[in-house]
Design a protein around this ligand. Structure first.
Ligand code: PEP
Ligand code: MN
Length: 332
């Protein structure tokens, strides 16, 4: 729409679109409003949009994903969560253990995360484990512990929702709902998350292409939730020296294709603690909006992913280095 289009102009177009059976997604930016139209191409393209003075231009989006695309919204999406923000130009750190084990572990990790400058705290209460005999997480008890860590530190909580049946429960405790790599194409769950009033951290599937990943995000935006944070967490390649292979090129690629924030998880990408700090620096340099790292007060005793977890000291040192690099790059 042209700058200065009125609410009435917009409503008129939206009802016209509804008349031809199309969906209209209205996105109000600082200067202009964009109406994303999804519907029968033939019918929609026959409509005389340009005859409306309030319409500036009509841009067909050829990509299979629409609402997540830069064509739909050029302005980057910034997602405030508590006192933190993801995607607003700063570099946001999410840190915490792989899984919630007990209150002492979680509170110690959360205090250390906060003290070193993390913006959000992570920890899994429902764990997607390769083996059904491995620790599966504490469930609701784990969520309660996370909530206590939030009241201790003020850090918002990121935690995984593993099953569509748990969405309501996890939403009661979490500030950001995480969709794990293994659930990236759980389309029914994505759809349900689209109705939630919480930001979604959507991990890239371990064998998903960038297009498949963006289509997964599209499922969430389609139902009205446009607060999606994309997380590159490594993909499967022939390489066995690392758990996965971090796709650094995905950062500038996805930032170019989509307005959504992109963060990186070097812990699951590598499986190796020592590789986490250098890859966090690489993520910052490549233009990511943040990182999510695993950190544990006693990694050797961790019930899950100890070998990729930073110690509290490692995390502190890493943060010092990241702050220097951020200052050099003119990032916050
Ligand atoms: C996690 O972040 O705890 C996790 C299980 O990661 P992923 O889904 O990327 O394997
Ligand atoms: Mn983990």
């Amino acid at each position: 729409m042209r700058e200065g289009a009125t609410r009435k102009d917009i409503e008129e177009l939206v009802s016209l679109l509804h008349e031809v059976g199309a969906e209209a997604h209205v996105s109000r930016g600082e200067y202009r409003t964009v109406i994303g139209v999804i519907g029968d191409r033939e019918k929609v393209m026959q409509m005389p949009f340009e005859a409306y003075p309030a319409v500036e231009k009509v841009i067909p989006i050829m990509k299979p994903y629409k609402l997540v695309s830069r064509e739909f919204q050029d302005e980057p999406t910034a997602i405030p969560v508590g006192d933190a923000e993801i995607g607003g130009g700063g570099f946001t750190i999410i840190a915490g253990p792989c899984s919630v084990e007990n209150e002492a572990q979680v509170v110690e990790a959360a205090r250390a995360a906060k003290a070193a400058g993390a913006g959000l705290f992570r920890g899994g209460a429902f764990k997607p484990r390769t083996s059904p005999y491995s620790f599966q997480g504490l469930g609701e008890e784990g969520l309660e512990i996370l909530a206590r860590a939030r009241s201790e530190t003020g850090l918002p909580i990121v935690t995984e929702v593993l099953d569509v049946r748990d969405i309501e429960l996890v939403s009661r405790y979490a500030d950001v709902l995480q969709v794990g790599a293994r659930n990236m194409q759980n389309f029914l769950m994505l759809r349900e998350l689209g109705f939630q009033d919480k930001p979604i951290l959507l991990k890239r599937g371990m064998s998903a292409t960038i297009e498949e990943w963006l289509m997964a995000a599209e499922y969430i935006l389609k139902e009205g939730n446009n607060r999606v944070i994309l997380c590159e967490r490594g993909i499967r390649t022939f390489e066995t020296a690392t758990r996965n292979t971090l796709d650094i090129s995905a950062i500038p690629m996805v930032k170019g294709l989509s307005h959504l924030p992109v963060i990186v998880d070097p812990s699951h990408a590598t499986g190796v603690r020592e590789l986490v700090p250098p890859l966090c620096r690489a993520a910052l340099a490549a233009g990511a909006d943040g990182v999510m790292v695993e950190m544990h007060p006693h990694p050797r005793e961790a019930l899950c992913d100890g070998s990729q977890s930073l110690t509290i000291d490692d995390f502190r040192e890493m943060m010092v280095e990241l702050k220097k690099l951020a200052a050099f790059l003119g990032r916050r």
